[in-house]
Design a protein around this ligand. Structure first.
Ligand code: PEP
Ligand code: MN
Length: 360
């Protein structure tokens, strides 16, 4: 590891750092006459890296390739696919997640699930607990919404993903969802991430709207550190200065993440664009830079929607997006996972939430 020390550091400050290095088992060597570049040799240790980042004598950790965090590709780990039902994210496969922004009508949801499956989606999305910017906006149906998703899974065989907002809901939602979604607003909720680290279900982790790539990866690190390695990263656009799109889809970050980590990375063109007409081109862009899948909001009657109505694509457009995906993926020898030939006929009743239970 290579550290750059602060300017005008006192001898005592330097000594304090050197003694921390000794304590953590590192041999040290200054590389310059001014004693500002400190080279450390010792066992790989991501926690030690954080201790140095927090030390008052350290201006920057310049190189930490020998102390990789779990998500780092430089740890030598091969890209590792994540499976959710028939969907495989990564390892030459990509998958399409589709569904409404929020769940509020069982019949509509079933219609959307069937259309999503017909287009080639393998995972159905839908918010039951909605993270809204305003406390006065529709907050989702909660338990009832989860039950609707479970019913759609029974009928179509699609796996289901839904957002978890509160760490207290993880255990109960675990019985129903096939994948947890952590939203852009939830990415920095470390108690939630820690709780998901104890879960055995995959986690779809969205990038915070103003999070750096490193903050995004450290959020994933929380889940991995708890023992759950099934994390799929999702780029959903970051805040920009122009309102022509809702957010700025950071395709550069996707290309970078595909190299910097072994975790699968998908793109959400819906929340990036904020408008239905740009979802398809942004989906193409995401796949072209290597994304392992797409998350697309779809609805046949957006006027009924209580959230994100302007960005829902039609069923026909979803078919177009899936067709584009197949074509683009084939260019680099990858494939889009298709739903199994017939919906799951497993007679095990889907675990649904008991009506009398309530979640925060
Ligand atoms: C969503 O997926 O509906 C959502 C709220 O997304 P984000 O967290 O990216 O805003
Ligand atoms: Mn939405």
């Amino acid at each position: 590891m290579l550290l750059r020390l602060r300017n005008h550091l006192s001898d005592a400050g330097r000594e304090s750092l050197l003694s921390l290095c000794g304590e953590l088992g590192y041999a040290t060597r200054f590389l310059d006459a001014e004693r500002r570049l400190l080279d450390l040799e010792g066992p790989p240790n991501a926690a030690a890296r954080s201790r140095f980042e927090d030390h008052f004598a350290v201006a920057a950790v310049l190189d930490a390739r020998d102390a990789p965090e779990r998500v780092d590709a430089c740890s030598g780990r091969e890209p590792t696919p994540v499976r959710v039902g028939d969907a495989v994210f990564g390892g030459g496969s990509a998958a399409l997640i589709a569904g409404p922004c929020a769940v509020h009508d069982q019949e509509r949801l079933l219609e959307i699930a069937r259309a999503a499956r017909a287009a080639g989606a393998t995972v159905l999305r839908g918010g039951a607990f909605k993270p809204r910017t305003s406390p006065y906006s529709f907050q989702g149906l909660g338990l009832e919404g989860l039950e609707m998703l479970a019913r759609a899974r029974e009928e179509t065989g699609l796996a289901i993903v839904s957002e978890v907002l509160d760490p207290r809901n993880v255990e109960r939602m675990h019985e129903v969802v096939d994948m947890f979604q952590v939203g852009s607003r939830g990415m920095a909720n470390s108690p939630l991430l820690r709780e998901l680290g104890r879960s055995s279900k995959p986690v779809l982790l969205k990038r915070g709207m103003a999070a750096t790539v490193r903050e995004f990866l450290l959020a994933a690190e929380y889940v991995l550190d708890g023992g759950n390695e099934q994390v799929v990263l999702c780029e959903r656009g970051v805040r920009g200065f122009d309102s022509v799109t809702r957010n700025v889809l950071d395709v550069g970050a996707v290309a970078h993440l595909k190299r910097a980590t072994w975790l699968p990375v998908i793109v959400d063109p819906s929340h990036a664009a904020g408008r239905a007409d740009l979802v398809r081109p942004l989906a193409r862009a995401g796949l072209a830079v290597g994304a392992d899948g797409l998350l697309v909001e779809v609805h046949p009657a957006p006027e009924e929607l209580l959230s994100d109505a302007g960005q829902a694509v039609s069923f026909d457009e979803l078919q177009n997006i899936a067709a584009d995906a197949r074509a683009l993926l084939s260019i680099d020898g990858r494939t889009l996972c298709e739903p199994a030939a017939s919906p799951t006929t497993d007679s095990t009743p889907t675990p649904a939430l008991r009506a009398e239970e309530s979640l925060p």
